[in-house]
Design a protein around this ligand. Structure first.
Ligand code: SF4
Ligand code: FES
Length: 366
């Protein structure tokens, strides 16, 4: 029996990026991704994704505006009837480029913000970018696009959440996604300096509640807790190979952003159709549904709600992607998470942890 198709394609056009965020979820091995898909190859991927049922096209990276053909790809998405969303740092979104994207049919823009003031923001982004983000947001609003602002929250900016919310409001955002860091890629490497304390989170929740009350008619506020502090794991990607599909710059197709780290056979759009990859590839079939589950998930009443959590997190923490996500308090490996949380709340622990910035792809030795 055929499975339902994905509703969204996340097209990671390039891992090239002007920013160097220490919480970046991009792979550590950037050299593998230099041989990027051509425009024609991306156009075929978009058509095949639409054929599979995908209605949303998220253009991401790295920085998707680093690809010269992004306007052409937006136009292709529009011709296929897809709703397109540009996920950008804002750098490279000049008024001229924005006008071309508008004319090509881009529907929505998401701009990332690191902090509410230039010094911290530029430090976290690893490059002067604060003012250019504000300029890009102004351009987005002038062209009449809906604007979502993405803020990755962590130990080093959580205490500024009031200011961040004021900034986002001043940018004219229709929606803000305040997402505590997920520990993949560079964020995993920098976890000690990013995982917040419980006191920081409690203060942030109070600030978010107050802002929701104050801005309820003007801005939607989405706040995503760090799952390390939850009792149950997140239903990652809405279930493995269930609703979304990621294609990396080199054509690797993945069920989620971090699956490249798992010891599973690769599936690449240069070798196979997306239909085959979605339906038949061992990578996509491996954790689909619930048959693969071990105990305690197998007998748990929440197994269709959270799908046993995140496979990539299970792999990162235990070395076995088929184990219950250790975030779950029922997992036999839960101590791996509580130990990290204890360290983040230890008053005697290191307070100033130096973060390793994500390098520029061209600085990575192949
Ligand atoms: Fe979810 Fe598995 Fe934990 Fe049950 S045991 S709540 S299915 S992760
Ligand atoms: Fe891969 Fe959660 S990021 S399953």
């Amino acid at each position: 029996m055929r499975s339902d198709g994905p509703f969204a394609l996340l097209a990671e056009l390039t891992y090239d990026c002007p920013l160097h965020c220490a919480y970046c979820s991009n792979p550590l091995e950037l050299a593998h991704y230099r041989d990027e898909l051509t425009t024609a190859e991306w156009q075929r991927v978009l058509a095949e994704a639409r054929e599979l049922g995908a209605l949303q096209l998220h253009l991401s990276g790295g920085e998707p505006l680093r690809r010269r053909d992004v306007v052409e790809l937006v136009r292709t998405g529009r011709e296929l009837g897809m709703y397109s969303n540009l996920v950008t740092s804002g750098l490279g979104l000049s008024p001229a480029r924005a006008g071309q994207l508008r004319e090509a049919g881009l529907d929505h823009v998401q701009i990332s913000v690191q902090a509410d003031e230039p010094v911290l923001s530029d430090r976290l982004a690893g490059t002067p970018s604060y003012q250019r983000k504000l300029d890009a947001a102004r351009t987005v609003k002038e062209l009449g696009w809906p604007l979502t602002v993405n803020v990755v929250l962590h130990r080093q900016n959580l205490d500024r959440i009031d200011g961040i919310l004021e900034l986002v409001e001043a940018m004219g955002a229709d929606r803000v996604e305040l997402a505590n860091t997920q520990y993949y890629g560079w964020a995993w490497r920098n976890r000690g300096g990013l995982l917040p304390s419980r006191a920081q989170l409690e203060r942030a929740e109070t600030a978010v509640r107050a802002a929701r009350e104050r801005l309820r008619d003007r801005m939607q506020i989405l706040y995503i807790l760090p799952d390390y502090y939850e009792r149950y794991p997140k239903p990652c990607m809405g279930g493995w190979a269930s609703r979304q599909l990621v294609v990396a710059p080199n054509g690797d197709a993945l069920p989620c952003l971090a699956a490249h780290e798992l010891p599973l056979p690769r599936a690449n759009v240069r070798e196979r159709s997306l239909d085959w990859i979605w339906e038949e590839s061992p990578l996509f079939r491996r954790f689909r549904g619930t048959d693969w589950m071990p105990e305690p998930c197998r007998g748990c009443e929440r197994r269709e709600l959270d799908f046993g959590g995140c496979r990539c997190q299970a792999f990162q923490l235990t070395g076995d992607a088929a184990r219950t996500d250790p975030v779950c308090h029922l997992s036999p490996d839960h101590e791996l998470v509580t130990a990290a949380v204890r360290a983040a709340n230890d008053p005697a622990g290191p307070q100033e942890v130096v973060l390793t910035p994500r390098p520029h792809p061209r600085e990575v030795v192949p």
